[in-house]
Structures are given as C-alpha cells and as structure tokens.
Design a protein around this ligand. Structure first.
Ligand code: MG
Length: 218
C-alpha cells in the first residue's frame, strides 16, 4: 500500500485510486496532435506504480519512448459521490506535485488502434509524488506556477490557470460517475512542453509554494 503524507499535519492516507485527467491544457493537447476535449479525458493508474521524490524512475526495457508529465495532484480527504463544484474543495485534503510518466510509443500505438492506454501509464515507478501540503495553505489550486526541468534545463513552465477543467470541475465530473474515496488522488493533467527522457537524466518538478520532486531515470 502506498501512502499520501501531509507533513504539516503528520497525517497519512492510504492511497486508493489514482485518477488522472489527460489533455487538460490546450497547448499540450495541441502538441500531441489531439482534439481539445469537450469533457475531461479520464484514466486510472494503479497505486503500485507510485514512488516518492528522491527515488528512481526505472525505464522499462519494453519501451523506447519515456516521457515526463508534471502535474498538480489533489488528495481526496473525504469520501463523496455526485459532488458539486461549489462543494468540491471540501473534499480535498491537500495538494502536491506529481509526475505522470508515460510510454509515448505504447500510448500512441494504443490510441491508433482505439485500445486502452493501460500499459503506457501503469508500469512500476511511473507515478512520482512528493509529500502533500494541507489545502488551507493553498488559496487557489487553479492559480499555481508549475515547472519541470531535465538536467537543469527548463522544459515545462506554465500555470494551473491554463487548465481547461479546474480542480473543482474535475471533482464534480469524476464523482458524477464513481465514488471518490478518502485517500484517492487525482492528477489534473500536464501543461505543454512534454518530452522524452533517457537513462541517467535527472528530473526536477515543482509547484511553487506547494511541493517539488527530484527523480533520476535509471
Ligand atoms: Mg498526465
């Protein structure tokens, strides 16, 4: 079992579902050559894929195209279903920065065939988290600077205000279809600037005032 830790409260949550929203930034959807979605694109990752900042991302032998995706991650602190966006923040316990590592070759092939993306998103070490900070310390999750560097070079530099669907809208949408449970986490999508990494690369991702991640690809 993997845990989400809110250091300031010394509180641990057992992570259940890892729910992810794809194509949530206009410029990123465009760079992948995708149609801009009218509704959030939703997929899951298993909690077994989670590692934490400071640990190593293992490049799978079966892929030739590993990409980084830095994202704002929400921690669900209260179980709920059919949550309105007006009440959505009540269900969030905290925030962190996450990496949704993706096998772009497997994903592109699956997209072409109309197959699920599972293998491209669920491999061991494909989900990187930092500790969470309590939600009271973030005045607006939809107004945060998010950045990612590879070997010190800035690759992603954006703001969560450019998300197509806000944190609250995502929670409303997801919980309309299935229960969000205490300990579930939600990846809210990555901004433009995704790209490939190689063995030996050092990744750093940060959300200003929230969290930051260091992870080396091996
Ligand atoms: Mg992603």
């Amino acid at each position: 079992m993997r845990q989400a830790y809110i250091k300031s409260q010394n509180k641990k949550y057992t992570i259940g579902k890892v729910v992810c929203v794809g194509k949530n930034y206009l410029e990123h959807a465009k760079e992948l050559g995708d149609v801009v979605p009218e509704k959030p694109v939703v997929f899951l990752k298993p909690s077994s894929s989670i590692i934490y900042s400071g640990e190593k991302i293992i490049y799978p032998e079966f892929s030739k195209s590993l990409h980084y995706e830095a994202e704002l991650v929400l921690l669900i602190g209260k179980t709920g279903k059919s949550i309105s966006k007006e009440n959505a923040l009540d269900y969030i316990a905290g925030y962190t920065c996450g990496l949704d590592m993706t096998l772009r070759d497997w994903q592109s092939d699956a997209k072409k065939k109309g197959h699920p993306w599972t293998i491209s998103k669920c491999f061991d070490t494909s989900t990187v988290l930092d500790d969470f900070i309590e939600k009271e310390k973030v005045s607006n999750p939809n107004k945060l600077d998010i950045k990612l560097w590879v070997n010190g070079e800035l690759k992603q530099d954006d703001n969560t205000s450019n998300m197509i669907f806000s944190a609250e809208e995502i929670i409303e949408y997801l919980s309309g279809f299935f229960t969000l449970e205490e300990g579930d986490i939600v990846f809210t999508g990555t901004p433009k600037g995704v790209g490939e990494v190689f063995r030996g690369d050092k990744l750093k991702a940060s959300i200003h005032g929230v969290a930051s991640i260091d992870a080396e690809v091996v």
